[in-house]
Structure formats: C-alpha cells, structure tokens
Ligand binder design. Structure first.
Ligand SMILES: Nc1ncnc2c1ncn2[C@@H]1O[C@H](COP(=O)(O)OP(=O)(O)OP(=O)(O)O)[C@@H](O)[C@H]1O
Ligand SMILES: [Mg+2]
Length: 394
C-alpha cells in the first residue's frame, strides 16, 4: 500500500530544500534521496507537492488517509485538480499557490464532506534563482484536537453555569422552606374555610415542587465523586430499565438489549452509571410517548485519548453502549443544546437529566455522542474506558 514518491520528484523537492553547496557526489546523493523519501513517507503530517504546471508531484500516505482518497499508481503526474476532485477545498488552496503574495501559514480548513478540520501551511518550491517550480502543502488532521477543545469549552460553560445555579439554589432554599412552613401554620388557623384550605394545599405542593427542583440543581452542581468498582454493564442496563420505568411512563415500548458475548467488566461507579442510563432511557420513554422501540447494545471498542499521541500510545480499550430509540428525533438546532443545564422542551422537565449524564460520563473519562434524524429516531452513544484512572471529578 505504501508507495514511495518517484525519485525525480523527491529530487526536485530536495533540490529546492537543500542549498547547492550542501549537495554531494552521486553516491551520497542516492543515499540522500532514499533518506528524503523515507522522511516524506514516515511523516505523521500530510505532505502534498505539485509542479508549476499543475501536475501532482507527490502525496504521502497520511495525506491520502486525511483526504479519504484511495491511492493509485497513476496519481503522480496527473493534474492535481483531477486527483483531488473530491476535495474541492484543497484544489482551491493549491490553486492560489502561485497567485497569492502571502501564502497561508498555520491556517485551518474544514473539509465539509468529511467533517474534518486540517491545519496547513502552503509554501512555494523555488529554484535557486527564485522562480517557483512548484508548491508544497504540509497539513495535519485537527479534528480530534477540535473535539477536545469543544469538550473543554463545554466543561467551562457547565462549570460557570453550575456556579451560578448553586448560588441561586442556595438563596432559594430558605425562602421556599419558609413558604411551606408558614402555609402549613396558616392552614391550621383557617381550618373551617374549605376554599382557603384548598388554596393553601396548592401553595404547599407548588413550594414542594420548587424545592425538588432546587434539590436537583444542587445535586447537579455538586462535584461527582466516583466509587469505582468492578462493574457489569449488563447489570447496570438491567437496573436502569427498571429505574427508568419508575421515572417515566413506558406504556407498550419494546426494549431490546443486545450485549456482546463476553463483554468485560469495567472499572466504574455502578450507581452513577445507573443514573446515566436511567436518564437516557427515561428520555427515550418520554420521546416515544408509550409506543415504539428502544435498542440497547454494548460492545468492546477502543478510543484515542490525546491527539498528540495518536499512533504512539495504543488506543484505550473501551465499552461502547448505545441507547437508540425510533422516536421523533431531534431538530438540528436542538441537538447542540440538549446537554446544557436547564435546556428542556418538556412542560415539566428541569433540563438537568442530560447535563448530569454528561458530567458523570466525563468523570469516568468517557465520551457521550448523540446522533439523530428527525422523524427516524435518536441514538446516544456512551463510550467508557474499561479501566478508569478517574477517582473524582469536580
Ligand atoms: N431520546 C430523545 N428523543 C428526543 N429528544 C430527546 C431525547 N433525549 C433528550 N431529548 C431532548 O433533550 C432535552 C433535554 O433532555 P434532559 O434529559 O436534559 O432534560 P428533560 O428530559 O427535558 O428534563 P429532566 O430530565 O430534567 O426531567 C429534552 O427536553 C428533549 O427535548
Ligand atoms: Mg430527561
């Protein structure tokens, strides 16, 4: 699969990169050529070079991987615009290589079709006397870095929202308790008036409801402290289905559980994971409105942790649990808000269910992703490391 760039092209790049004085005899030059070819092939960056007349000079394996293109023996020497016709954004960037006076350095570009972001530098390959002979694009896949940054941003946002919520909850707790107590006292004083009794009963039950919201809010802002133990996903799933049934109406919703055979136990907090899947299942029951299907699947997988170490450290072994329903799905503008605390589309919802889910999954060094098609259904994917390094998370 890993085809080396042709010697003549490597020489052209080398000629442009290595000063004339540093060039050696024919023997050392062929050793150098091989060395340069190895450099380009082994680079963990994408490298793509073109000739001045628009022909592709070289493209290394990482470049093919990032652009999701299949390498063919005829690519080198063809017009780069033809080879890269599926990546028009790149064709546009390379097209400006000989026209722009300042070429982009450390610029970023989104490959929309692939939903991938690359960071790149474009340089001209020049002859000794300065005439450009070609151009070379160095680039790196930044998608994982972006996702990491997005998670960090969300974590910061949740932290500041959490602080604000904690303050409000704290301030509300006392007056709410006061209202409940005073309404109770008043109730005793007007025991002969039926109307007053019923109004006061309403005041007490509303105050209780407000108090329950405050308690949930405080629960949400409290740091997650994990009691890590050997946890069976099968047991977590089974208990969560029962707990979700007491939280939301199941009706005739059909639940299918499909776990990979020999699924390993994971290092996790059993009770908190039950809370994760209970919330996801309760949401699915609510979305389905008493009829439809929920499928829970679990299988082993692997995830890369730190993008800087992709290919260096082996990926972390994980268990991937999917909770999928065939309910109404999510609108695109709703999808990005569902993990925000207090975001709800329900009359009686607090909007804390998924915010708590995310917090617990984060505490396990895990990931949660959602994919949804309006009118088709929603799938939440929870990825959890089999061995967790996290003991507590603020
Ligand atoms: N499976 C699903 N299908 C469709 N929409 C969903 C699904 N799960 C969540 N949602 C949407 O995400 C929103 C936020 O969910 P979240 O669990 O955080 O809060 P909630 O269910 O509204 O209230 P709470 O869980 O606090 O009672 C929901 O109001 C709903 O619009
Ligand atoms: Mg919910």
């Amino acid at each position: 699969m890993s085809e080396t760039p042709p010697r003549s092209d490597v020489r052209a790049v080398r000629r442009a990169l290595v000063p004339r004085t540093a060039r050696r005899t024919p023997q050392t030059s062929s050793v150098d050529d091989r060395f340069f070819r190895h450099i380009i092939r082994s680079m963990r960056n994408g490298v793509l070079a073109i000739h001045r007349d628009g022909r592709l000079a070289l493209m290394n394996d990482e470049a093919y991987r990032i652009f999701a293109l299949t390498k063919t023996a005829e690519d080198v020497g063809r017009r780069f615009a033809d080879v890269l016709c599926e990546r028009p954004e790149i064709v546009r960037v390379l097209g400006g290589a000989f026209e722009l006076s300042h070429l982009p350095n450390r610029a970023e570009l989104r490959l929309t079709d692939l939903d991938r972001v690359i960071g790149y530098t474009l340089s001209q390959v020049k002859e000794d006397e300065g005439a450009p002979r070609g151009a070379v694009l160095f680039f790196k896949d930044l998608t994982q870095v972006e996702q990491l940054e997005e998670r960090e941003r969300l974590r910061d946002r949740l932290a500041s929202l959490g602080e604000m919520a904690a303050g409000i909850a704290h301030e509300l707790k006392n007056p709410l308790a006061g209202i409940e107590v005073m309404a109770g006292l008043l109730r005793r004083q007007v025991s002969d008036s039926k109307d007053a009794q019923s109004l006061l009963a309403d005041i007490i039950s509303e105050a209780k409801l407000a108090n329950a919201i405050v308690v949930e809010m405080l629960e949400f802002v409290r740091p997650v402290r994990l009691q890590v133990e050997r946890t069976s996903i099968a047991e977590v799933v089974q208990q969560s289905v029962t707990m979700a049934e007491s939280k939301a109406e199941r009706g005739s919703v059909d639940v299918t559980v499909d776990l990979e055979r020999g699924l390993p136990h994971i290092q996790a907090d059993h009770h908190q994971l039950c809370q994760v899947f209970t919330n996801l299942l309760a949401n699915a029951f609510e979305a389905l409105g008493r009829k439809g299907h929920i499928t829970i699947t679990a299988a082993t997988g692997a995830m890369d942790n730190d993008p800087a170490f992709v290919g260096v450290h082996p990926p972390t072994p994980t268990v991937v649990v999917d909770v999928a329903d065939d309910g109404p799905g999510l609108k695109a503008d709703v999808t990005e808000k569902i993990f925000d605390p207090f975001f709800t589309t329900k009359v009686t919802g607090t909007g804390l269910g998924l915010a708590i889910v995310r917090k617990i999954v984060d505490a396990h060094d895990g990931r949660i992703d959602v994919s949804s098609d309006e009118g088709v259904g929603t799938r939440f994917r929870v990825t959890l490391p089999i061995t967790s390094s996290a003991v507590w998370f603020k």
